[in-house]
Write a protein that binds this ligand. Structure first.
Ligand SMILES: [Zn+2]
Length: 188
């Protein structure tokens, strides 16, 4: 997706992780990786998987669990209590994809999955997460607090106080709802 705002990309290719979480549009009820074939195409488009490489049913359900675990962690970045299940899920994907540390003779270090196929592709999605956790930029990766939205976004506010994916849409909608719920009943 091309941003209409002239903003730089978030660091560590976090937009890849954000796009992955946003394959489910909670508000519209649409899922662009609903079937294994759709997931294979999504991963191939991003060069995480070879074109024509299949995704099994098991790998597909693993991907959906990973997506929702990432969303849960993004909600934690937006004020929700921490989620043990979500971090366990990330560890499972990392193990399954044989995510390991690679030391280069030039003195650099990187994370990369040793597993091929979907297991490796899913583990590769965790590389930006690990890099962002290391420098704290992960805390800016949030899921919108509106329960009927949960859209993933990178919070660019100066003091990291962003709560809504779009203040004009979710922020105002939620405010109006809270106002209605709390408004005193009219007297007759
Ligand atoms: Zn929203």
């Amino acid at each position: 997706m091309v941003s209409i705002l002239n903003e730089p990309q978030p660091p560590h290719s976090l937009d890849l992780v954000i796009d992955f979480v946003n394959t489910l549009d909670v508000e519209e009820g649409t899922d662009s990786i609903e079937r294994p074939k759709m997931l294979a195409a999504w991963l191939a488009e991003r060069e995480l998987l070879g074109h024509g490489e299949p995704v099994s049913e098991g790998d597909h359900s693993g991907a959906i669990r990973l997506r929702e675990a990432l969303r849960a962690l993004m909600l934690t970045n937006n004020g929700r209590p921490g989620d043990d299940g979500a971090v366990r899920e990330l560890e499972r994907v990392a193990r399954h994809g044989e995510l390991g540390v690679h030391f280069e003779p030039t003195g650099t270090v990187s994370l990369a999955p040793a597993a091929a196929g979907t297991a490796g592709a899913l583990a590769r999605l965790l590389v930006p997460v690990a890099s962002a956790l290391a420098d704290d930029s992960w805390r800016r990766v949030k899921a919108c607090r509106a329960p009927d939205c949960n859209w993933a976004f990178y919070d660019r506010s100066r003091n990291r106080s962003g709560v809504w994916c779009d203040m004009a849409v979710c922020g105002n909608r939620t405010k109006v709802r809270t106002y209605r719920e709390n408004a005193p009943r009219e007297r007759r």
